[in-house]
Design a protein around this ligand. Structure first.
Ligand SMILES: Cc1cc2nc3c(=O)[nH]c(=O)nc-3n(C[C@H](O)[C@H](O)[C@H](O)COP(=O)(O)OP(=O)(O)OC[C@H]3O[C@@H](n4cnc5c(N)ncnc54)[C@H](O)[C@@H]3O)c2cc1C
Length: 419
């Protein structure tokens, strides 16, 4: 048996961030960071923004290898945690090793949801979560299209942009009336999907996949719910994710539909076990109810907050969620979450690929989305943090100097972001 005072399962954004923060805050015990993926922990966002080759060269490490050594973090890669024993406070690895753990952090993330239709297990029906998936997609697309992407979420649309730029014929199949409507609302979503149409992506909305057709475990056609058939050399399914919370079950801690419920400090229903990152089902001021936040930045910050708590300084993660997505060389950025009762204000001059949209809430900006508008988003983030009162007219006009609004701000107590 190996003794470790803290075991972290999952060495991605949240797990690495927790381990590094603990060490930087002089956590005195041993830290063991375990991941089933054998590669030096890498950033996931780049995986959908370029096509990787099968060897997955070009991965971006979250931290250089030396950081783990210098911070005395025992990194165990290619090792799966198969069981948590809540009576003995131990975790068991797939190779039989047992780690004694005074504190356990589950940072196990999520896995892509699978389609249950006929043919969904064919070899060219793919999904994208890790480097191995990205390598498989790169290898298939290296042989050409057509590519059918099922699900018009951020990952699906990023992949569509990359593939169409490579000259591959791409069709995106989306069950909703329009991709991204649930995140951005119909007007702003139309500005993003318009960009895809301009680049030649075929978007089929309001339809689902009824089945996959082809010989010997290979899909050659995708059959849609309205009877249409699409030829396909490869299919990528991006229809959402499910929490990887099997270990929570073995530890006999509470789970819910979203993941592992945690309190404001990341603690689960057992005091010695924490959960962080995308697997954590958390209360957050920007969420209407308990749930997951599926963004890289949130995983990093939530992980750091849990790391700080474990090092003896309890910290809550309350920053407005921040997400970005790169499509055709333009970056879409999102801060906060729009609510149904917010008033949408689009800045003059909005066009596919370049816009700024605000969601006004009681005279203040509750959420913002911008594409190709990084400078403005930086200023809006500060307006939001300072709780500046703004008018619809001011936000609509493209000649309004947002910086000037910041200078002339009328702040209210309760700002949540540092300037
Ligand atoms: C292709 C892609 C592109 C993305 N692009 C963006 C983007 O542009 N912007 C953005 O904001 N967000 C993006 N995201 C989302 C972001 O990457 C996630 O929110 C983030 O990775 C969540 O981090 P995490 O540490 O909570 O979980 P994960 O990254 O899911 O990591 C969980 C880790 O736990 C390990 N693990 C699970 N179970 C076990 C076990 N039993 N034993 C050992 N190890 C285990 C897994 O191997 C994995 O490495 C993207 C995600 C993907 C997949």
């Amino acid at each position: 048996m190996t003794r470790s005072s803290c075991v972290i399962v999952g060495a991605s954004a949240a797990g690495v961030s927790a381990a590094v923060r603990m060490r930087r805050m002089d956590y005195p015990g041993t830290i063991t960071l375990v991941d089933v993926d054998p590669r030096l922990p890498y950033e996931r966002p780049p995986l959908s923004k370029a096509l990787l080759d099968e060897g997955t060269a070009g991965l971006v490490p979250i931290q250089p290898a030396e950081t783990y050594r210098d911070l005395d973090i025992d990194l165990r890669l290619g090792a799966r945690v198969v069981e948590v024993d809540p009576a003995r406070l131990t975790v068991r690895l797939g190779d039989g090793d047992v780690l004694k753990s005074g504190r356990l952090v589950l940072a196990t993330g999520v896995r892509p949801r699978k389609l249950t239709v006929k043919g969904a297990d064919a070899t060219n029906v793919l999904s994208l979560r890790d480097a191995a998936d990205a390598g498989r997609i790169g290898a298939h697309l290296g042989r050409g299209g057509p590519l059918v992407i099922v699900g018009g979420g951020f990952i699906g649309l990023e992949l569509a942009a990359v593939a169409v730029d490579r000259g591959i014929e791409v069709t995106v199949v989306e069950a909703q009336p329009q991709p991204l409507t649930h995140v951005l609302g119909p007007d702003v979503a139309a500005l993003v999907t318009g960009l895809h149409r301009e680049h030649g992506v075929r978007l089929l909305s309001g339809v689902t996949v009824a089945g996959f057709l082809g010989p010997a475990g290979r899909v050659e056609e995708v059959r849609l719910s309205d009877g249409r058939r699409l030829p396909a050399a490869a299919v990528v399914v991006g229809v959402g994710v499910e929490p990887r919370h099997e270990l929570a079950r073995s530890a006999r801690i509470d789970t819910d539909d979203h993941g592992i419920p945690v309190n404001e400090f990341g603690q689960t229903s057992r005091a010695w076990i924490y959960a962080t990152g995308e697997v954590a089902s958390q209360f957050h001021p920007d969420l209407p109810r308990r749930g997951r936040i599926e963004h890289w930045d949130a995983a990093l910050r939530h992980g750091a907050a849990v790391g700080s708590t474990l090092a003896g300084e309890p910290v809550r993660y309350t920053d407005p969620p921040y997400a970005w997505s790169d499509q055709y060389g333009a970056t879409l950025q999102l801060i906060g979450r729009a609510r149904p009762t917010d008033e949408l204000v689009l800045r003059e001059g909005a066009a596919p690929g370049r816009f700024l949209a605000f969601w006004l809430r009681h005279g203040r900006i509750g959420a913002v989305a911008g594409m190709d508008a990084a400078r403005e988003i930086g200023v809006v983030k500060r307006l939001m943090a300072a709780g500046v009162l703004v008018g619809r007219e001011q936000l609509t006009r493209s000649d309004t100097n947002l910086r000037a609004l910041l200078k002339a701000r009328s702040t209210m107590p309760g700002s949540r972001l540092a300037n």
